[in-house]
Write a protein that binds this ligand. Structure first.
Ligand code: DAH
Length: 351
């Protein structure tokens, strides 16, 4: 077909459809898309122009003017619709509901103390009332404070129960081994080494062991307590811990001692309290026994006194250590210890 004719025909069919398409474009983006469809690389007008090269020179001027006319008509229609869209948007903005600066702001969510902190605070308050002072010790501890001076013989099987994480301290002498403390009993060594009796101290804090399941976490919390003076006996230990149990679980709570072993006490015991839930009748929480294990305790071993520079011929004392998580789980009915450390706000919000 004659290229001039072909080009003229396609310009004819190009028509004025775009006017309608532009008018219907509801947004600036839709309008730009529409324009690209006509004038872009693959646009209808561009396709037609590809025939230009074949048009005989005699017709070129006429056809060229027509093509340019179409192009600027499209541009003009596009600009007009764009101005119209902008004007409409502006009008909408002006007639919209005004921004209300008097609306109250969004209040940030208030945090609160973690259940472990709540229970720890309660325990410390009880011992403060009984005359104990609160002292904290470091979580990264010397092996000698954590084990050796507490009369754990080297490689004693008791250290297996407290397998922990060893820490390398740059520049430390090679015989000063360092670890994450496995219990707060290390604070006994620190404080007894730098104080002269009498002393009555409680020490809360995080401890670390290689355990991880529904009732054990590699990091958990203990409260340690110890009292040293002349003439301290097992009866004092019993009196202090019975008073403590009654304050914690309510009047009438009973305590019982079971013999147990810890290298740094002699004799050593574990204390059970009558189950606060069933009052001793036996239930799910106390596994039918009527008793709950709460702490380890005993009379401070003379060897520990000697390691700390205290004369065991003059002084005696007792010590105890308890796990905070167990108490928190019992108090709040938490079924899985790990919930306490996942920091899920849905869980923590319930305290
Ligand atoms: N340190 C022991 C532990 O973590 C608990 C303990 C037992 C502490 C007896 C004491 C004690 O002070 O006398 O298992």
């Amino acid at each position: 077909m004659d290229p001039t004719k072909a080009l003229e025909e396609s310009l004819d069919s190009f028509g004025r459809e775009y006017e309608r398409a532009f008018a219907d474009a509801p947004t600036e983006q839709a309008l730009r898309d529409e324009k690209a469809r006509l004038l872009g690389k693959k646009g209808a007008l561009t396709e037609a122009l590809k025939l230009m090269g074949k048009v005989p020179p005699a017709d070129r001027k006429r056809i060229g003017e027509r093509v340019n006319g179409e192009k600027s008509a499209v541009e003009g229609a596009f600009d007009a619709r764009l101005r119209q869209l902008h004007a409409e948007a502006r009008a909408r903005e002006l007639s919209a509901r005004p921004l209300d600066l008097s609306l109250p702001g969004r209040a940030p969510i208030r945090g609160h103390r973690h259940p472990i902190s709540l229970v720890t605070d309660d325990l410390l308050a009880i011992f403060r009332d009984l005359g104990f002072i609160v002292v904290e010790g470091p979580e990264v501890e010397l092996e000698e404070n954590n084990f050796t001076k507490l009369a754990f013989p080297p490689d004693h099987p008791a250290t297996d129960m407290q397998d922990t994480f060893w820490v390398e301290v740059a520049g430390a002498p090679s015989d000063a081994r360092t670890l994450l403390r496995t219990h707060t009993s290390s604070v006994q060594v620190r404080e007894m080494s730098r104080r002269t009796p009498p002393m009555a101290i409680v020490s809360p804090g995080a401890v670390f062991r290689r355990d991880d399941d529904a009732t054990h976490s590699p990091m958990f919390h203990q409260v340690e307590g110890f009292l040293v003076d002349q003439g301290v006996s097992m009866a004092d230990l019993r009196g202090v811990l019975a008073a403590f149990a009654e304050r914690l679980y309510g009047p009438g709570t009973k305590t019982r001692f079971r013999p147990s072993y810890f290298p740094f006490v002699e004799p050593g015991a574990e204390i059970d309290v009558s189950c606060a839930l069933c009052k001793g009748a036996g239930c799910r929480v106390c596994k039918g026994t009527g008793w709950l294990e709460v702490l380890g305790c005993g009379m401070i071993h003379p060897e520990v006194f000697i390691h700390c520079g205290i004369d065991p011929e003059i002084y005696t004392g007792f010590a105890f250590g308890l796990g905070v998580e167990r108490l928190a789980m019992m108090r709040y009915g938490v079924p899985d210890l790990r919930l306490l450390f996942e920091n899920d706000p849905r869980f923590l919000a319930s305290f």
